[in-house]
Design a protein around this ligand. Sequence first.
Ligand code: DGI
Ligand code: FE
Ligand code: FE
Ligand code: FE
Length: 187
Amino acid sequence: MKREEALEIVKKQLTERRYVHTVGVTETAIDLAKQYGADVKKAELAAIFHDYAKFRPIEEMKDIVISEKMPADLLEYGEELLHAPVGAYLVRKEVGIIDPEVLAAIAYHTSGRVNMTLLDKVVFLADYIEPGRSFPGVEEVRQLAKENLDSALILAVSNTLAFLIKNNQAVYPDTFHFYNDLILQHK
Ligand code: DGI
Ligand code: FE
Ligand code: FE
Ligand code: FE
């Protein structure tokens, strides 16, 4: 699928602000893929569609988790988690993208998981550092991203964990597993 065609499809699913974010993630994912040797075309496609389900009704997303037999514990954590795995499902069903690596990068872009692939990591980090992001600590992650992918991810995920804990939000197990995996493998 061509970039323009993909962007046109996703634009209809998003607000203007979220579309601008998506373009930022796409450009960042392409840069990171080139820098770290990931598949540039797959990174581009996954980034374009990563937030495809962001504005679906919560009930629709919950129904899909159940009907598609996704991990039921997804329903017990924050609703923010749902758009990633449900997005991968809908992108396959509605857009016709079947590449499992692209779909996985979409599915795990919010929580992460153990054994993230290079492509998964590129999309996850691009989502965090794209130029439109301005939360505290993002600049430090951008700087680390220039030198080491895993170092940047460790800081990004630890920032997310700290944010969730500070706000009394539950941490999804996959998010912890991603963090632990990064720390243990990076030693
Ligand atoms: O969709 P975006 O805003 O571009 O970014 P995202 O898909 O990374 O989603 C970020 C949101 O997800 C943010 O509100 C924090 C939340 N989140 C990330 N990991 C976890 C989580 N929420 C819960 N409850 N548990 C997690 O482990
Ligand atoms: Fe997202
Ligand atoms: Fe993210
Ligand atoms: Fe995003």
